[in-house]
Design a protein around this ligand. Structure first.
Ligand code: CP
Length: 318
């Protein structure tokens, strides 16, 4: 089957999911991001790679990190960035998503960055845009969040080096998490030999073991001897019905505290895609502690998003 996000020559055309992307492409994105890391440390934080390009942020769901770092990344590459305010756009008057996209295309858009509550929204737009336009999925429903997955891989590589000897635990609401799906896809493609998911049964998707992960229901066992612990938020906005007794009970069983963290390797890193709910899935002592790399993840997101946009525009990573 043809992958809609790759050209016949195997170059990135859109970035919609990490599923099916070859390890070489993932490594190329991480290497390109590495080359952009120093731009953020210069006095003049700009390179001309996307000069003259118009990039539209279309966020139909709330976001702090993703929307802002895409904007910073695009501006660092000298693009013109438009943040469409969905709440005050003609979407509220019944305009369809494709009509909105067609109108923005008439304004000479070159790239759309799309977050939407419906799984498949970015794929849908990508199927309908003109050939010169690229679409980046900035999170669709519970399906995928590819740039978050990539910045997480970038973070792991920065702190741990090679992927081939790592034990990684993803803890929490895997069922509703687009981030977990993208992480599992990237970790397995990049050769991590042991990926664990740690959660109550009610927060694991049926058949999750078919993604190549080990299942743990006990938190201390699940993170034992791990190199990397990735905590996930309870995504209440996507939950239908009660899946947990209470937030307090959840924290007792699955919240990452310093006592539980002691079961992991002493040099384990703690990650979280954000937004965090302190006292629900993570204790402040850990979130702000020496093993936390949660804020570096955010910073690396800029370089990773620069890399993705540069490669889509044909201006980087060759
Ligand atoms: N990680 C993440 O997607 O955060 P935002 O919802 O703030 O973009």
């Amino acid at each position: 089957m043809v992958d809609p996000q790759l050209t016949p020559q195997g170059k990135l055309r859109h970035l919609l999911t990490l599923d099916g992307l070859p390890a070489a492409t993932l490594r190329q994105i991480l290497d390109t991001a590495e080359s952009f890391m120093d731009v953020g440390e210069r006095d003049v934080k700009k390179v001309p790679l996307l000069r003259g390009k118009s990039i539209f942020n279309l966020f139909f769901e709330p976001s702090t990190r993703t929307r802002t770092t895409f904007e910073i990344a695009a501006k660092r590459m000298s693009a013109d960035v438009v943040n469409l305010n969905i709440a005050t756009s003609s979407q509220t008057k019944g305009e369809t998503i494709l009509d909105t996209v067609a109108n923005l295309t008439a304004m000479h858009a070159d790239m759309f960055i799309v977050r939407h509550g419906q799984s498949g929204a970015a794929h849908f737009i990508a199927r309908h845009v003109a050939p010169h336009i690229s679409v980046i999925n900035a999170g669709d429903g519970r399906h995928a969040h590819p740039t978050q997955g990539l910045l997480d891989m970038f973070t792991i590589r920065r702190y741990k080096g090679a992927f081939q000897h790592l034990r990684v635990a993803i803890v929490g609401d895997v069922l509703h998490s687009r981030v977990a799906r993208s992480q599992i896809s990237a970790l397995t493609t990049l050769g991590v030999p042991e990926v664990r998911v740690v959660a109550p049964k009610t927060l694991l998707p049926p058949g999750v073991e078919q993604l190549g992960v080990q299942i743990h229901y006990d938190m201390s066992e699940g993170i034992r001897d791990c190199d990397v612990i990735i905590m996930l938020r309870l995504q209440n906005e996507r939950m239908k019905g009660a899946r947990l007794p209470s937030a307090q009970e959840y924290f007792k069983q699955y919240g990452l505290t310093a006592a539980k963290l002691a079961h992991a390797k002493p040099d384990a890193i703690v990650m979280h895609p954000g937004p965090m709910n302190r006292g629900v899935e993570i204790d402040s002592e850990v979130a702000d502690g020496p093993q936390s790399v949660i804020l570096p993840q955010v910073t690396y997101g800029i370089a990773v998003r620069m890399a993705v946009m540069a490669m889509l525009a044909g201006g980087g990573g060759d």
